[in-house]
Design a binder for this molecule. Structure first.
Ligand code: ZN
Length: 349
């Protein structure tokens, strides 16, 4: 009788089945990162991979409306806007109609938002979070939409789409006038809460890790977290490990391992933050696998050899990892666009 009474009280207060709600969301996308790519972090890293910290793990199905094998544009539109669309689509549905992105929806309710990419900031994955165009190749149009967006922090490459445009506009200057602190050279060391920040390198992409990128990705992600976490209303950050995909396209094993280990570092930065903060949901996944990578036996039984089956993307199911309030929601096997709906539901939007 007493137990029944306690149970009734718990039910009435909602505490028995209450879903934990995050205040902040960090989405890490390892472009082209399938299970073999992730596995390299377990074989090639000195010390344990940060992927080992996750308890809530699932798989996503990545096909687009136009192909069983998706591209990054359709994949990121599914994450950003919750709808499957055709390959090449940026923030538009299968009928090329604009669909709101989670960044736009959160900006409207005072969340701080941030986007980081190692390729151009107008590249498919970051673009899907703020732009709406029918083709991923429309870089100048995408840059213009970023200039008119409410994104608070961004870092990546592709300055030419802002300053060397066919319409002669200088979006870099326009954004400065709008109040953005724009920097084309490096990342700031101190960052103020009331301002907006854009860091765009002059190149077509940042250098690959095994060439000369250094710690740009973990550093940019830490800087974004230092800045975004000053928000009282919560924040959303998408940070992309862009080159895991490019290593797959190039069938470059050395590049792939270096990029995956760099991504593992970023994961460490994000999980350290989330552990201290306790109100942050971390979701880590990929848009698709690239290269059909296999880890096979090398020359000796101690060595591994990375083999590639294709220079393109593949249709393999993609692992998804979650940490923090609501992370158990990400267990199971589901479509990639469910990621958007799960995040929105957890934020109670
Ligand atoms: Zn690709």
């Amino acid at each position: 009788m007493k137990i029944l009474k306690i149970l009734t009280l718990l039910l009435a207060s909602g505490s028995l089945f209450a879903q934990e709600k995050p205040k902040n969301v960090i989405l890490l996308v390892g472009d082209g990162m399938g299970l073999s790519q992730i596995s390299t972090a377990f074989y090639y890293k000195d010390g344990p991979s940060n992927f080992e910290q996750f308890k809530n793990i699932g798989f996503i199905k990545t096909s687009s409306t136009s192909s069983k094998v998706t591209d990054s544009a359709a994949g990121a539109t599914a994450f950003a806007s919750g709808k499957k669309t055709y390959n090449g689509a940026i923030g538009v549905d299968a009928d090329t109609l604009s669909i709101p992105t989670i960044v736009e929806e959160l900006d409207a309710i005072n969340f701080k938002t941030g986007l980081i990419s190692l390729s151009t900031i107008t590249h498919a994955t970051p673009a899907c979070f703020y732009a709406h165009v029918k083709s991923r190749n429309m870089h100048e149009e995408i840059a213009e939409q970023l200039a008119h967006s409410q994104v608070d922090f961004f870092a990546g490459a592709g300055l030419q789409y802002f300053t060397q445009r066919s319409d002669k506009k200088n979006l870099f200057k326009e954004m400065k006038l709008k109040g953005y602190q724009m920097d084309s050279i490096g990342l700031a060391t101190s960052i103020e809460p009331g301002k907006k920040y854009g860091f765009i390198s002059e190149k077509e992409a940042l250098p690959a890790k095994h060439i000369s990128r250094g710690d740009f990705h973990p550093k940019a992600t830490q800087l974004a977290l230092d800045y975004l976490s000053q928000s009282k209303d919560g924040f959303f950050l998408m940070s992309e490990g862009s080159f895991i995909d490019w290593a797959g396209h190039q069938n470059n094993a050395e590049m792939l391992v270096a990029e995956q280990l760099d991504f593992d570092e970023v994961l460490g930065v994000v999980l350290d933050f989330a552990k201290k903060d306790k109100n942050t949901l971390v979701v880590v996944t990929a848009d698709h696998e690239t290269g059909g990578v296999a880890l096979t036996k090398g020359k000796t039984s101690d060595e591994l050899s990375l083999k590639f089956n294709t220079k393109s993307h593949t249709a393999a199911l993609i692992p998804i990892f979650a940490y923090g309030p609501g992370s158990e929601t990400f267990q199971g096997i589901y479509e990639n666009n469910e990621v958007y709906h799960k995040i929105k539901q957890l934020l109670a939007l």
